[in-house]
Ligand binder design. Structure first.
Ligand code: SF4
Length: 360
């Protein structure tokens, strides 16, 4: 909001003392001091030159898990997205900066580190000219004993063989990837400016599963894009029925002010968008339920989150195939453990998204 509406916000929200742009975090303390000392309310921007790496952090999530952002900004130009315009071009943190933060988090008790970015696979490209995610993962494995390292948000075109080799060889790099594909119809992918087509996606998914057997895949889809026809939706449903993602989120497209797609013809009605979301989700529910059933009888490593949200009588945790906050959970119906423990749970019950079982 601040990057985008700047002076307008200053004018329209007189009750706000200080507006900070996305790279101005490190200036907060000095800016607050200025305010206390009677300086006027103002807008504060740092140049979009680097990612804050040295900033001290508070753990807002439970102590046993944390997100670490490794880049800021994005150099892609998806036709529906304002992030590059708002957050600026890609800026990667230094490898040592990320490993230092990870080591600090480990000392605080973090056992699951989720790496995040607009696109993890772009890490290093702004600095080195090529992707350095595999190098970063090597460094994290060396610098910490973090038992679970999870990768969230990878652009399909950036998932390299070198990355898959790391995942296959190192058990602490979880066999789980979140790869937002957005769609599977060539026409819509082209209109979205995603730079890949259905054939590339099919090849990629087969390649990932061959390189890392048993890997769990999550994706995100966008339906109701301008110009999307019934046949595009049918193709998408056929694609997800065939390729069976473990987890899938569907969003209804909405116009972002200033994006090219805002001006595309054949905009879809809100009612129709909602219908398409429901159609896709109805397919995924069946896939998910079948997938969940396949865990019955298996014994899984589970990171204990604490007492279950559903009932004080149960514990709740997550398996390797379940990312925090988005993928469902495992209810622990028998046994004792503390938050942050990684225990072995034998699965005896499967629901559509959640599992249940006792500690062995
Ligand atoms: S959708 Fe993601 S990859 Fe595309 S421009 Fe936006 S942030 Fe970048």
């Amino acid at each position: 909001m601040v990057e985008r509406y700047r002076e307008q916000l200053l004018r329209e929200l007189p009750e706000v003392d200080l507006f900070l742009g996305v790279d101005a975090q490190l200036s907060i303390v000095a800016a607050l001091r200025d305010l206390i000392n009677g300086r006027e309310r103002r807008l504060l921007f740092n140049s979009l030159s680097g990612v804050v790496g040295e900033a001290p952090r508070l753990l807002a999530a439970p102590r046993h898990r944390a997100y670490v952002k490794i880049t800021e900004g994005c150099d892609n130009r998806c036709s529906y997205c304002m992030i590059p315009a708002i957050r600026g071009p890609l800026r990667s943190r230094a490898v040592e900066d990320v490993t230092r933060e990870a080591a600090w988090l480990e000392r605080q008790g973090v056992r699951e580190l989720s790496l995040i970015a607009q696109d993890l696979t772009a890490f290093g490209r702004d600095r080195a000219g090529h992707a350095e995610l595999p190098l970063l993962l090597d460094a994290l494995i060396k610098a910490t004993n973090m038992p679970w390292i999870r990768l969230l948000y990878l652009h399909p075109l950036g998932v390299s063989q070198a990355l898959l080799e790391r995942l296959a060889a190192e058990p602490r790099l979880l066999p789980y990837l979140d790869i937002p594909i957005q769609h599977a119809s060539d026409a819509i992918l082209k209109a979205m400016n995603r730079r890949y087509d259905r054939a590339i996606l099919e090849h990629l998914l087969a390649n990932i599963r061959a390189a890392v057997p048993g890997i769990s895949l999550r994706t995100t889809l966008l339906v109701g894009f301008p110009g999307e026809k019934e046949t595009d939706v049918e193709e998408l449903i056929e694609f997800i029925g065939k390729n069976k993602f473990d987890h899938l989120g569907v969003f209804a497209y909405s116009n972002e002010e200033g994006c090219p797609s805002e001006y595309f013809p054949d905009q879809c009605s809100e009612e129709e968008k909602a219908r398409r979301v429901d159609l896709v989700m109805a397919t995924q529910v069946k896939i998910s339920a079948a997938r969940q059933k396949s865990y019955i009888g298996q014994t899984l490593d589970v990171l204990v989150e604490g007492v279950a949200r559903e009932s004080d009588l149960l514990l709740e945790g997550r398996g390797i195939h379940q990312a925090p906050e988005v993928d469902g959970c495992i209810y622990i119906t028998d046994g004792v453990a503390n938050p942050g423990d990684i225990v072995r749970v034998r699965i005896d019950t499967a629901h559509t998204y959640d599992l249940a079982g006792g500690i062995v």
